[in-house]
Design a protein around this ligand. Structure first.
Ligand SMILES: [Mg+2]
Length: 252
């Protein structure tokens, strides 16, 4: 009887052990979670500027970047960042000389090119200038979630808002004005596009020169917001810089 009981216990233990080692059908496989874990690490390294000068999103991360951009997390991240910027704005006392300034980048800071990059598998395929121009001219862009809220607050608070973009003035000037207007960006001080003298210069050099010019005009740059590190590096970067997420492309 004792042996029979021991045998039953052993059989039950064997069954339990087999069941415990089997994965439920909804549990991600080790291979799938390793791939998505890599893509999350890659995206975090990109956002922290630890990986630089990358040309395209790793092919295996297309689905990860798509899920991030359109699945709700991108919007949640933007909302937290914009809330933080608004808290900072509330600490600033503006002067009455009209020289309190704020800088916003344009692409994927004010206006979203997400649907252009959808055609590029969310950055797995490289940027093409001809296709991008057609996209900009088509006016099918949208506002970046939450940034219009920030823009309206900046204007309402009395900041002079400068929109500084690496877009070429000659080929994209008109389209950019229309893109901004269509998405509700009114009342900014100046839209500054890349002119011929800055052609071929890095974004860091070009945007530094623009900010230097503003500083020489007497403006105090309280804040600077962009989706690229090159929007926020170099000279005269501003009192505070804020990096918006963008795992789809890198601009040096
Ligand atoms: Mg940008």
């Amino acid at each position: 009887m004792q042996r029979l009981r021991e045998a039953i216990v052993l059989v039950l233990l064997a069954i339990w052990s087999k069941a415990a080692s089997a994965r439920p059908y909804w549990w991600p496989s080790k291979t799938a979670s390793a791939a998505s874990g890599y893509c999350l690490s890659w995206r975090m390294a990109v956002e922290a500027n630890n990986i630089r000068a990358w040309r395209t999103v790793p092919a295996q991360c297309s689905g990860h970047v798509e899920a991030y951009m359109v699945g709700g997390q991108y919007e949640r991240d933007l909302s937290v960042i914009v809330d933080s910027i608004c808290s900072y704005i509330d600490t600033i006392t503006l002067s009455d000389d009209g020289l309190d300034a704020w800088i916003l980048d344009v692409d994927d800071t004010c206006i979203s090119n997400l649907f252009y990059y959808r055609t590029k598998r969310y950055g797995c395929e490289p940027f093409d200038p001809v296709g991008f121009k057609a996209w900009a001219v088509s006016g099918r862009c949208s506002a970046v979630p939450d940034v219009l809220r920030l823009f309206v607050k900046l204007i309402g608070t009395g900041f002079k808002v400068f929109l500084v973009t690496g877009r070429d003035e000659e080929t994209l000037g008109q389209a950019t004005l229309h893109n901004l207007e269509a998405q509700g960006f009114f009342g900014y001080e100046r839209l500054i596009l890349r002119t011929g003298v800055f052609k071929g210069q890095s974004a860091i050099a070009y945007k530094s020169a623009v900010r230097k010019q503003l500083a020489e005009e007497g403006y105090r740059i309280w804040g600077n917001v962009g989706d690229q590190w090159s929007d926020l590096q170099g000279e005269y970067v501003g009192n505070r810089t804020f990096k918006l997420p963008n795992p789809m492309y890198f601009i040096p």
